[in-house]
Design a protein around this ligand. Sequence first.
Ligand code: DGT
Ligand code: CA
Ligand code: CA
Length: 597
Amino acid sequence: MRGTKTESRATRHKSLVTKIMDNKEIAIIFFKIADALEVKGENVFRVRAYRTAAQNVLGLARQLSDVYKEDPAKLENIPGIGKDLKEKIIEMVTTSHLEFFTRLMKEFPAGFLDLLDIAGLGPKKVKKLSDELGVKNVNDLEKVCRQGKVAKLEGMGEKSQGKILEAIEHFKKSEGRMLLPEADSCAEEVIAYLKESKNFQKIEKAGSLRRGKETIGDIDILATVKDVKKAMDHFVSYPKTEQVIAKGETKSSISLRNGPQVDLRIIDEGCFGAALVYFTGSKEHNIKIRLIAKNKDLKISEYGVFSIGKSGKETFVAGKTEEELYKKLGMEWIPPELRESSGEIEAAMAGSLPKNLIELKDIRGDLHLHTVNTDGRATVEELVELAEEKGYEYIAITDHSKLVRVANGMDEKRLLEAVDKIRKKAAKVKKLKILAGVEVDILESGELDLKDYALKELDIVIAAVHSHFSLDKEKQTARILKALDNKFVSILAHPSGRLITRRSALQLDFTKVFEKAVQNNIFLEINTHGERIDLNDVNCRLAKEKGARFVINTDAHDASQMGLLKYGIITARRGWLEKSDVLNTYTYEKVVKALKK
Ligand code: DGT
Ligand code: CA
Ligand code: CA
């Protein structure tokens, strides 16, 4: 979450919290400690120890609180956890608080650590900016950039200054908003907690979260209950509550530690559909359907659809379900992801909404996965195990090529050895099919990072940009078009290159890229890794209009990231994509055929 309210959180939650911190919360605190110590210029080994511990905690299968309950001494068996960190974990799992962290955070001015969220600024640069230019927050930084002072610092320059300004713009756009997967997992936890109470009946997500937007301002939840007062009491007692913002009869709001605000609205069963439409939005969608209602002499609100008699008397005519509401307005039910006032209402009236919008259950495999062979943390075996658990028919192992040196990318020789190993393993796996491939880098020239003699041995070749992001539009477009002309490429990974809060899209003539992909039978990827969600919804729709086909991949670097595929589905739906538009809904035989060059 942007603009973390660390200090207030640390001071407030002590009295409110009744339940223990989970591993993710603990890891976040360790990461923040590492950043803070590094900004302070402390011993690199100490900094690294916190970061390693954070990473290891995230990868644990068991909750630290459970390990502690079983035997506190066992905490020291976790790699990277020594006596000191063990004590800190114990403090967190017993009090949901870490005094050391609270004190450390107090050493920094408010908003100072936000500077670390500016793309391209690590702890070292933040320290320099603070020491030499007195920068205390993002606004200060923007000022000194505009004054040209950053360019003059040693090791900086006009170019880095420009990049920082651009990054500040990104930061501001997403400030106070969360990425969809983070917000969604917060919401899922809250909903699981609400369900613990038998008092709750229907529970639904609403707002931007239900529409699947890539960033979320706050979480909206609607529910029907037996006893309103009890329901609100239960809600505001949610263990991860940092602050109760409002508590009322129909609506309450809480803010979460490490997280967003959550609004809960209690709705009457009789008008649940109308409320769900209203609070799902978007606002623009709501405004349009209200106008349509008006033209039919109907009034629409969160309480239902009403006909207005001559005397002005209002009679409820629909609203128990969304379907009946939309029907009353003369249209098909509109899937929430489409409710952005971008043609869905007209289509629903004409009966021409997409009939087979893609769903998670249509997915038969994941075709972009990394392993320990390059920068992944999972072994092939671990990926296979999870894929089998998910009921997948196939997966593809696609590690990096040599240009990505930080990822330990492979040259031709290493790639062919890896492929050989994968095939030997594949022969031993019973049902799941394993494709052996690569994610090969597109060089600045548009040539690929690996020679054709190696690429031709593979089942699948994914081409990707990981360098030279700032070429001008003409060069960048020519570069990608050239790569797509390589006859072995079958997927273009994360085509725009953007990272939601950190990096703009490549300057590209997307129409030309999409047309080339169509012409050469190349699938465009919707990549769900990290901050990518790339292609995004708008580009999916544009590409589909050009006749493009797609593949939804997680680009997982550990097995658990394979679970993020659902956010690619929701994005594809926002792009109006249907099952038949997406490669990894095909059977294995069809995939092999489609990939054949
Ligand atoms: P967010 O939270 O910024 O990511 O975006 P939303 O769409 O979740 O917006 P939020 O939480 O302010 O409100 C939830 C829904 O409630 C919104 O999508 C539509 C509805 N809504 C809120 N305010 C208004 C309004 O003034 N007029 C209308 N027609 N609908 C509204
Ligand atoms: Ca919202
Ligand atoms: Ca809201």
